[in-house]
Design a binder for this molecule. Sequence first.
Ligand code: FES
Length: 174
Amino acid sequence: MSRCSRMVDLGRRRFLRGGAVAAAGAASAAVMSPRSADAAAGSALLEYPENRLGNVADLTVNEPLDIAYPDADSPGVLLKLGQPVEGGVGPDGDIVAYSVLCPHKGWLMAYNAADRTLNCPGHFSRFDCEAGGQQIWGHATQNLPQFTLRVDDKGDIYADGASDLIFGRPSNVL
Ligand code: FES
């Protein structure tokens, strides 16, 4: 066998060995349990500590109340929108809370009461507060993190999670 033929044969054997390893990897992925598959997919809804954000009586329709959740480095807004909305809580199902850090590069966003959106002055991404923080324009590549809320018998509003990764954090777990 010539030197050139030996090189080709060696390359072919390496290629086949690599294919076998890839096939074994695919087979092991196929038998992962649904739970491990969920973990691998990285569910965005992660557990946070429960913090009190305010009281239903503190809110006026369509006027944002500044909050911070889950800590002082994570500004947000609490909103009463005046009609039932996605993720809304309270007697009218209209109270929601969002991070105001733009998911694109973390600029601080402002609420526009006219169309009930949060708007980024950085590169103009816009998010619909009546649709769970859905991105409706701009450079961001994810929806706005919506804080999950509950209201107790006294009207106190608590947050205990976020729907998506808050900007600047490698994980939503503190
Ligand atoms: Fe908000 Fe870029 S930082 S769109």
